[in-house]
Design a protein around this ligand. Structure first.
Ligand code: BJW
Ligand code: ZN
Length: 257
């Protein structure tokens, strides 16, 4: 266990044609977004069943909206960190790079990653539960209380995946294809507890990827990985990207020197 890539990983970085990153709340922690689990996590203060499920929304839409409005404002005010930036730089170097994220904060796209599959939705989007009309945060945050659809009067909800809900099919299928084709698969800042997303690193490993985990703490995935880089992703990912640049002899913009 170490924070630096091993010689075996450096070899893989030299020859890989596909690198896939699977990210969770931990990659955004250094941007100021709270994680879910652990002593400082969101679920230490709130119960998921009271806030992140359809039952909760039906029971008390005002409470759920208060929570999301608060998080929308936090997320609008933060920026990607060096971990997000490093993944965007890798995409400039490697022909097939993808980010599969459980995060809803849009920070990968804001950092410049282009191939991003969002498994649990995006907090910048909302839609009417009755007719499906899409709304941006500018509209919903401008309405007091529970926002209602301008077309049909139905309740608007955040476009995120709650417990008991299916993941978006296209993003799921694309994520499985990316995991199956990965030479190197990085599981970053996730407790690897929430399914079906947590099965994706296992799919990658079964398909022959070199499985690397980046996290300050071990997770249920750790016994399965080829390499555990222990520490914060905002430190480790830039080191990994620098190593990629070194072994490939490319400049940081991905162009041949
Ligand atoms: C750092 C760091 C730093 C800190 N650097 N790292 C019983 C058994 C098995 C499954 C189930 C079960 N009961 C229910 C289920 C299914 C359920 C599930 O998996 N539950 C488990 C919790 C048990 N799953 C579902 O319901 C899913 N849907 C589904 O299964 O559909 C099929 C179905 C349909 C109908 C009926 C039944 C089934 C949907 C799951 C949706 C998850 N939604 C949330 C909320 C999204 C919206 C929102 O944000 O408001 O998604 S929950 C929350 O957890 C969020 C996250 O994306 C997700 C994963 O969390 P993540 O990212 O791993 O965060 P943490 O906090 O757990 O971990 C952070 C990590 O970062 C830690 O390891 C730290 O150490 C690390 N870290 N600093 C790097 N600087
Ligand atoms: Zn509507």
């Amino acid at each position: 266990m170490s924070a630096a890539p091993s010689p075996a990983l450096s070899d893989r970085l030299r020859s890989a044609t596909s690198i896939v990153a699977f990210t969770g709340a931990g990659i955004s922690a250094e941007s100021g977004v709270p994680t879910f689990r652990g002593p400082e996590g969101i679920w230490a203060k709130f119960k998921p069943e009271e806030l992140a499920s359809m039952d909760a929304f039906i029971r008390n839409p005002a409470l759920v909206w208060e929570w999301y409005a608060h998080r929308k404002k936090i997320i609008a005010g933060i920026r990607p960190n060096p971990g997000h930036d490093a993944l965007a730089r890798m995409e400039e170097i490697i022909p097939h790079c993808a980010v599969i994220t459980q995060n809803i904060d849009n920070l990968h796209r804001r950092a410049g990653s282009r191939t991003v599959y969002e498994l649990h939705g995006n907090i910048e989007r909302n839609y009417c539960m009755k007719c499906g009309t899409a709304y941006g945060n500018d509209v919903v945050l401008g309405k007091p209380g529970v926002p209602e659809c301008e077309q049909c009067g139905g309740l608007i909800r955040p476009d995120v995946v709650w417990f008991g809900e299916m993941l978006p099919e296209e993003e799921w299928d694309a994520s499985i294809r990316a995991a199956e084709g990965a030479d190197i698969f990085l599981s970053i800042g996730t407790s690897a507890l929430v399914y079906p997303a947590a099965s994706i690193p296992r799919v990658a490993k079964q398909s022959g990827a070199y499985l690397v985990e980046i996290n300050p703490e071990p997770t249920p995935l750790t016994p399965l990985v080829d390499e555990f880089l222990q520490g914060p992703s905002g430190t480790i990912l830039p080191l990994l990207c620098d190593e990629l640049v070194r072994v490939r002899g490319v400049s940081t913009t991905g162009k041949q020197p």
